[in-house]
Design a binder for this molecule. Structure first.
Ligand SMILES: Nc1ncnc2c1ncn2[C@@H]1O[C@H](COP(=O)(O)OP(=O)(O)OP(=O)(O)O)[C@@H](O)[C@H]1O
Ligand SMILES: [Mg+2]
Length: 257
């Protein structure tokens, strides 16, 4: 079983001129390759900070972290990490197709050639057929999020980091994107770390759910849902096991805030 992320005694936070602001200290976490891990926790507990450290957008204060068997820097440089933010920023002057192909175009020394077929396949996968020549201003919020996901997938990342990607969407669109994301995950075998404030979303998507607490930021619990779900990680929201897992999460979150 290979390991996608391995953190030991990791301290993360922000470095100021005079003092360090530690957000989470002593984090131990192992994520298996191919796993779907969802992360819940009160605002300010360090969820985004953790994703930033994994993505090499922020250096850890101390401790060790390995990503895909190497350093976060190396994993990022070899373009193995995809990132989707809450309010994904597409470039307004580029079409949908050009936005999706952006990571490959700006790749510098590690630049890859993207085939039209690959972009076409992603447009289909994310239900964006026929929208490739539109501009971001001509899309709905849900469509823009799909473009952001396609852009994160274009380089076939081994690790996909998603920070509240569907937070701003209506419930129906969000449910639809959740089930699309699960089927993409099944097809690609990508490891996914997914931050959300929705207990339902965390339980529906995750094989394991990590609950973080604040003051100080830390991991409160990690719940393995694999026994409560089907072999393909699908589940019914009405299943008593799922309902009780959600109730457990709620208690943990109340303790965390
Ligand atoms: N650039 C920064 N410099 C200093 N402190 C920061 C910086 N960015 C974030 N913080 C602080 O770090 C802590 C964790 O922030 P983070 O964004 O990781 O929280 P979060 O769990 O993602 O919260 P939310 O659910 O609101 O997105 C917060 O107290 C925040 O104020
Ligand atoms: Mg955040």
């Amino acid at each position: 079983m290979s390991v996608a992320i391995d953190c030991e005694k990791l301290d993360i936070g922000y470095r100021n001129a005079d003092t360090d602001i530690t957000v989470v200290s002593g984090l131990d976490l192992t994520v298996t390759a191919g796993e779907f891990l969802t992360i819940l926790g009160p605002s300010g507990c360090g969820k985004s900070t953790l994703l930033r450290v994994v993505a090499d957008l922020l250096e850890p204060l101390s401790g060790s972290i390995a990503v895909l068997g190497t350093s976060p820097r190396q994993a990022r440089m070899t373009r193995q990490i995809g990132f989707v933010f809450q309010d994904s920023t597409l470039l307004p002057w580029r079409s949908v197709r050009q936005n999706i192909e952006l990571p490959a175009v700006v790749g510098g020394a590690n630049k890859r050639v993207v085939s039209t077929e690959k972009t076409d396949a992603l447009l289909v996968m994310l239900g964006l057929e026929g929208l490739g020549d539109r501009f971001p201003s001509q899309l709905s919020g849900g469509q823009r999020q799909r473009v952001a996901i396609a852009r994160a997938l274009i380089e076939e990342p081994k690790l996909l980091l998603m920070d509240e990607p569907f937070g701003a969407l209506d419930e129906i669109t969000r449910d639809r994107l959740n089930s699309e994301l699960l089927s993409i995950w099944r097809r690609t075998g990508t490891t996914i770390l997914f931050v959300t404030h929705s207990i339902m979303e965390a339980v529906y998507l995750g094989e394991r759910v990590m609950v973080m607490a604040s003051n100080p930021g830390r991991v409160l619990s990690i719940t393995d849902l694999r026994d409560a779900k089907n072999a393909d990680n699908s589940c019914s929201r009405e299943d008593p096991k799922i309902i009780s897992a959600m109730a457990e999460m709620r208690v943990a979150l109340e303790a965390a805030s």
